[in-house]
Every structure is written in structure tokens, then in C-alpha cells.
Design a protein around this ligand. Structure first.
Ligand code: KIV
Ligand code: ZN
Length: 517
């Protein structure tokens, strides 16, 4: 790589598995985190922040296993400034070929006074001690001043200089509360380049939250003045309004290379697959008009636009759908396709499943092909994601019959398997969905509140599969569930049961003693 190219290379630090996973309801199990890490490697991100190892044994295990399986990407574990946090992160990332410890402490007056209850001098000392300790365990150490964008400049410069002196190789400036605006944030980064004498000894990174919808704009403004690492997440998921969206950062740099002459190592053709996987696993549907990965991002509705695109795609398309890996809906398989062709298609779509999973998915594909004339790639993705979601479930849908329409009460006859035992009931409700959800509640009593219920079609046509999303809340814990089926009510029941399984998993994690249902 020429020196010029090197200087313009932006490191993509993906924090989907850490900050992304912190968004309410987005938690993933080990198997799901491993799948996301695998596609992030394929996508070509430089750093995978795999989790916060001290947070739980589950987090530790996930970071540790991702580190073990990593091939090219640097695997990073987050730690507060305490020795316990840092040692746990160090142990978690140890098996990685390339490992990083990311340690942070708040530096803004507000955070130091009310959150940490520490004097600035003690915070400054903690910066030095934590970075030194981390450096004893990894050559690659990142330090972040939490709430950096609201930190007093003199104190920020002093902490950054000391962190670099103590051995930090990356300094990450977070806009923790998403308060910054682009010019101001760029000026903050430029100020560090001007005033911190050893700034050239570290990579300057930015980590922007999206509370004002400015995370991507702030990150790009910082890159213009010298930041060379951007922290971001797939689909922009993350705390509150989320983090800067990886796909937007990457495609802005790629599409507007004339205005933003910087490069990343991301293979943008993998973006759509990554986005779909993260959405399927977290249950966070992507809004249709979301830039780059929304269902409408490349759809042209108005006649004038359609006409223009047909004459020359560049009239209304600034990037091609193919550049983000979006293929035209292709008819993939039919009812006569065999198991071999199905398995090959799964591989093309990026799934590496065990024999049992392939068998289960193939059986569902056969059932689907019986109901639906044409099976598209999107159908296979929905079906396999549905299978993967259910792998560790304690509650499973066995059967559902619905009686609805204009006459008589709406009734759901439901069978569920709960910890291996089949239970059955009948419930009535205001409508078929209400009756179904009441039947689930009768079979598995719980106090979770339904916060969201939504359904969308996976493809066009009246025989399309429905994909339902259900969000449940229990004692402040949120769980998103999804389900897919050609029958909207079956998809809805699957989504509710999926969310309920996540609620149970969360309950188990917070009080691990065996729970009977
Ligand atoms: O938003 C934030 O400040 C963070 C830090 C841990 C980097 O996520
Ligand atoms: Zn953050």
C-alpha cells in the first residue's frame, strides 16, 4: 500500500456485538454472536469489538470463542478502568491472532462528579494505570474518554497525552450521548491534533451515537480532519438511538470518494447479507427507508424515476444495488429441488449449518414449496433464520388452528411443547391474533407486556411468507421475537413464542437456578 493510500485508509471498528448488543432487546446468544462475527470477518471489518467480558460469563465466553475462531480481524474486548475488568478482557481476547483491549473512563465534569464521584486528578491517574495494565497484556490498547465530546478541552488533551504516553495505540473520542454537531465535533478532533504533542503516536478514532441523527455526519466530519478509525454498527443498532451505521459510513466513503478521498477494507457486496443477519438475530426490523439497507433504498416508485432509471440507471441511482450485495429477487428452488441443491443454495447464501439443521430446514422448505409456487432467496433466508432462532428454545409451537371471520367469536386452538411436554388449550379473543396470544399466555403464564406487534411480507404476492415481530417487556427487560410462515397467524405465534423464549433466557441469566414453567 502506498504511503498516500495508507494515510487515507480508515479503520472500520465494528461494535455490533458490544454497543449494538446493548440496545434494549438486542441481546444475542453465543451461537448467534459467532455467526455475526463470522460475517463481519467476511465483510472485511478491521476490528470486531466482541463484547464486555466482565459483564457476564456469557459475554466472556462469546469474546473468548470469537477470539479463538478469528482469522484476520483484530478481536477487541471492552473494560472499564478497574484491574478486574482489564484482566478479564485480557483473558477473553488472549486466543486471538490479533487482539486488542479497549479501556475507558468518563472524563466530562458531569460524569466525573455524578457518575464516578471522582476528582479529575484521580480520573487522570486511573487513565494512566489502566492503560499501563492493559499494555502489559496486549500490544494493541485503545483508550476512550467516555462523554468525550462534553469534556473540557484542557483536561481531554491532558488525558489523551497521558494515555498515549502510558502505551495506548488508539485514542477513541466518543460522542456518548449523541450531542455533537458535525463542525463542532470536527473542531474537537482538530484541536487534539493541534494541542496533543504525541498525537502522532496513536490512531485517532471516533465513536458517535445517533440521538440527533448525526452519528454518521459527525464521524465523517472527524475523518476529514484526521480521524482514521470509525466505530460503527451494522444497521446502526446500539444504545438508545444507536451508533453510526457501518453501511452508511462505508458507502458514503465509497460513493463520494471525490469529496471524501478515504478508503476502507470493507467488501461492500457483503453489506446486505450482514444487515439481514443482524436484523434476523436481534429481531430489529430495518425501516424500509433506511439508507443503504432499507427495503426501499433501491426501489423507484414514481413513474418519472422508473422511466429515468430504465433509460440510464445513473439518473436516479448513485450506487448500484449490486455494490451492496442486493440481488434482484431470484427464483431459486422449486418443489422438486433436492436436498443437495438446497444445501448448495444455503452455502451460497452464507449459511454453514450442521446436518440436523440442514435436515430441519429442508423439511420446512419442502412444506413451503408445497404451499408456495415460487420459492425466492428471501424465503430461504426467512425460513433458515427462523430455524436458527429456535434452536435453543424451551417453548415450541406444535400446532395452531384459528377460527375467525365475520361470524362468531374468534378462537385459537393451540398446542405448545414446553420443556418437552405437549400442552394444549383453546382461547377466545377480540381477533385471531388476540386469541392466539391469549392461548400462549394460558399455556405459559407470564407477566410480560406486549409492546410491539408488526407483520411484513418477505416477498411480493398473496402467497408470500409473513414475517412477524413481537416485542415483550418484563421488569424493564426487553425481548424481540420474530417468526416467519406463509400463514400470518402462525408467523405471529412463532414470533410471540420466540420473544417469550428470550424472556425466559434473560430470567435464567439473572437468576440461574432452574426455572420451571
Ligand atoms: O458511547 C460510549 O462512550 C462508549 C464507550 C465505551 C466507548 O460506548
Ligand atoms: Zn457507545
Amino acid at each position: 500500500m502506498s504511503e498516500q493510500l495508507d494515510r487515507n485508509r480508515v479503520i472500520i471498528f465494528d461494535t455490533t456485538l458490544r454497543d449494538g448488543e446493548q440496545s434494549p432487546g438486542a441481546s444475542m446468544n453465543l451461537e448467534q454472536k459467532l455467526r455475526v462475527a463470522e460475517v463481519l470477518e467476511e465483510l472485511g471489518v478491521d476490528v470486531i469489538e466482541a463484547g464486555f467480558p466482565i459483564a457476564s460469563n456469557g459475554d466472556f465466553e462469546a469474546v473468548n470463542e470469537i477470539a479463538r475462531r478469528s482469522r484476520r480481524a483484530i478481536v477487541c474486548g471492552l473494560a472499564r478502568s478497574s484491574p478486574g475488568d482489564i484482566l478479564r478482557a485480557a483473558e477473553a481476547v488472549k486466543p486471538a491472532r490479533r487482539r486488542r483491549i479497549h479501556t475507558f473512563i468518563s472524563t466530562s465534569p458531569l460524569h466525573m462528579k455524578f457518575k464516578l464521584r471522582m476528582e479529575p486528578e484521580d480520573v487522570h491517574q486511573a487513565v494512566i494505570d489502566s492503560v499501563r495494565l492493559a499494555r502489559n497484556h496486549a500490544d494493541d490498547v485503545e483508550w476512550s474518554p467516555e462523554d468525550g465530546s462534553r469534556t473540557e478541552h484542557d483536561f481531554l488533551c491532558r488525558c489523551v497525552e497521558s494515555a498515549i504516553k502510558a502505551g495506548a495505540t488508539t485514542i477513541n473520542i466518543p460522542d456518548t450521548v449523541g450531542y455533537a454537531v458535525p463542525d463542532e465535533f470536527a473542531a474537537l478532533i482538530a484541536m487534539l491534533f493541534d494541542r496533543v504533542p504525541n498525537v502522532d503516536k496513536a490512531v485517532i478514532s471516533v465513536h458517535c451515537h445517533n440521538d440527533l441523527g448525526l452519528a454518521v455526519a459527525n464521524s465523517l466530519a472527524a475523518v476529514r480532519v484526521g480521524a482514521r478509525q470509525v466505530e460503527c454498527t451494522i444497521n446502526g443498532i446500539g444504545e438508545r438511538a444507536g451508533n453510526a451505521a457501518l453501511e452508511e459510513i462505508v458507502m458514503a466513503l465509497k460513493t463520494r470518494h471525490d469529496a471524501l478521498p478515504f478508503a476502507t477494507g470493507v467488501k461492500s457486496e457483503h453489506i446486505t447479507k450482514c444487515s439481514r443477519l443482524v436484523s434476523a438475530i436481534t429481531g430489529f426490523a430495518v425501516q424500509p427507508n433506511k439508507a443503504i439497507v432499507g427495503a426501499n433504498a433501491f426501489a423507484h416508485e414514481s413513474g418519472i424515476h422508473q422511466d429515468g432509471v430504465l433509460k440510464h440507471t445513473a439518473t436516479y441511482e448513485i450506487m448500484t444495488p449490486e455494490s451492496v450485495g442486493l440481488q434482484k429477487s431470484t427464483l431459486v428452488l422449486g418443489k422438486h429441488s433436492g436436498r443437495h441443491a438446497f444445501k448448495k443454495k444455503l452455502e451460497e447464501l452464507g449459511y454453514t449449518l450442521g446436518e440436523n439443521e440442514v435436515n430441519d430446514a429442508f423439511q420446512r422448505f419442502k412444506d413451503l414449496a408445497d404451499k408456495k409456487k415460487e420459492v425466492f432467496e428471501e424465503d430461504i433466508v426467512a425460513l433458515v433464520d427462523d430455524e436458527v432462532r429456535r434452536e435453543h428454545d424451551r417453548i415450541r409451537l406444535v400446532s395452531l388452528a384459528i377460527f375467525c371471520g365475520t361470524r362468531g367469536p374468534k378462537r385459537a386452538e393451540l398446542e405448545l411443547e414446553v420443556d418437552g411436554e405437549v400442552r394444549a388449550t383453546t382461547a377466545t379473543g377480540d381477533g385471531p391474533v388476540d386469541a392466539t396470544f391469549k392461548a400462549i399466555k394460558a399455556l405459559v403464564p407470564h407477566d410480560s407486556r406486549l409492546q410491539l406487534y408488526q407483520v411484513s411480507a418477505v416477498t411480493g404476492g398473496t402467497d408470500a411468507q409473513a414475517e412477524a415481530t413481537v416485542r415483550l417487556e418484563e421488569q424493564g427487560r426487553i425481548a424481540n421475537g420474530q417468526g416467519a410462515d406463509t400463514d400470518t397467524l402462525v408467523a405471529s405465534a412463532r414470533a410471540y413464542v420466540n420473544a417469550l423464549n428470550k424472556v425466559l433466557a434473560k430470567r435464567e441469566r439473572s437468576s440461574p437456578a432452574a426455572l420451571s414453567l
